[in-house]
Design a protein around this ligand. Structure first.
Ligand code: AOF
Ligand code: ZN
Length: 357
């Protein structure tokens, strides 16, 4: 299953809104086939692994990170392919929550294939957190917050400079990360001050370039910033408040920016979900991140910690998040810890979206 999870990651940036899925076929202790879901609308992981195994799949065990589907979608049911190949046993990490595709386990059992669940279920749930979240609630996207801080939790020095807190390896990782999100968000002040491009310039070309979203209540952005001047090439949406100056909004729209006017941050997220955004990666600034956190709207933190101490007066990561007594303070769930050159990546989830068995 660990191998199947590794394989599943190879679909990152290419399969959303479908899940990342990996599969391994075993004859005894020998791997006779491997596969993963590589492309939205393309063959499912199980079918790819069965094709690799060929006749060696007969009597074998199929290990897969998600319950095999039982539906005719963009491809025929994996349950049919599994039965036709003569697979004896299926071990799946988690149930499929998709109302159209789920139920594969029952179909397989009815055909005499043994099915077991639960192996590395938590890792499989973390792998597909945005997919599982979207099936649990349709109110807003899965929201992840990415931040790079010093050891003492600062995002910039006392002069406001944040170039560069983290090292090269961590910055490359961020490009990989962006490729798997439907949208990348920043606050208006950060868009003006840092003038980011928020494009994906890493090893993966995402199937669809993530939409760039700026939470710019006062509609302060204009043609002088990258995000606006390139809005016709990479989609850029601005979330302004209903009382933002009409002239500014009109000017933004003239530059090809799509402007929405939510009444609150939560309302803005609802609008994004309604527009088809299932996952959002917020890259700052501190004020937007703090607001999302304080309102309980963050599902995941990608925390890159650099081995530098910035000290008193440097900019804290989350200004104004209300204090909580230790016993009641929310505990996050570590889903990944990784060394990145001199830096450390910590991926923390607010809750696990584990589907019921
Ligand atoms: C995938 N890849 O490897 C597996 C999936 O529209 P379809 O036919 O591609 O089906 C999508 C659903 O199939 C998806 O929501 C999930 O429930 C199930 N399994 N999907 O895209 C895969 N195994
Ligand atoms: Zn399938």
């Amino acid at each position: 299953m660990r191998r199947a999870l590794d394989l599943a990651w190879r679909g990152w940036g290419r399969v959303a809104p479908n899940p990342l899925v990996g599969a391994v076929i075993l004859q005894g202790d020998t791997v006779v086939g491997e596969g993963f879901h590589a492309e939205y609308g393309g063959p499912h992981a199980e079918v790819a692994a069965l094709a690799a195994a060929g006749a060696r799949a007969r009597g074998a065990t199929l290990i897969v990170t998600l319950e095999p589907c039982a539906h005719y979608g963009k491809t025929p049911p994996c349950t049919d392919a599994i039965v036709a190949a003569g697979v004896a046993r299926v071990v799946a990490a988690i149930r499929d929550p998709d109302p159209e595709a789920r139920g594969g386990a029952d179909v397989l059992r009815a055909q005499g294939v043994a099915v077991a669940f639960g192996v590395l279920a938590e890792a499989a749930a973390a792998l597909n957190a945005p997919f599982l979240f979207a099936h649990q609630q349709a109110e807003r996207p899965f929201v992840a917050l990415k931040l790079a801080t010093s050891i003492d939790g600062r995002i910039a020095d006392a002069r406001g400079s944040s170039r560069w807190v983290s090292g090269e390896a961590a910055r490359e990782y961020v490009h990989w990360l962006r490729a798997g999100f439907d949208a990348i968000a920043v606050g208006g002040t950060t868009a003006l001050k840092d003038d980011p491009q928020l494009t994906v310039r890493g090893p993966i070309t995402p199937r669809r370039a993530p939409v760039r979203v700026v939470f710019d209540r006062r509609a302060m952005l204009n043609e002088t910033v990258n995000l606006v001047s390139t809005a016709r090439t990479v989609p850029t949406w601005v979330m302004a408040s209903p009382d933002a100056p009409v002239a500014s909004v009109t000017q933004l729209e003239g530059s090809g920016v799509r402007v929405s006017r939510p009444t609150s941050l939560a309302d803005g997220l609802r609008m994004l979900r309604a527009a088809g955004i299932h996952s959002l990666l917020c890259e700052g600034g501190g004020a937007l991140g703090a607001k999302l956190l304080a309102e309980g709207l963050v599902d995941r933190l990608y925390w890159i910690q650099a081995p530098v101490w910035l000290g008193e007066g440097a900019v804290p990561a989350f200004p104004g998040v209300p204090a909580a007594p230790l016993p009641e303070a929310p505990r996050w769930i570590p889903v990944e810890r990784r060394a990145m050159g001199p830096d450390t990546l910590l991926v923390l989830d607010r809750r696990l979206c584990l589907p019921e068995l």
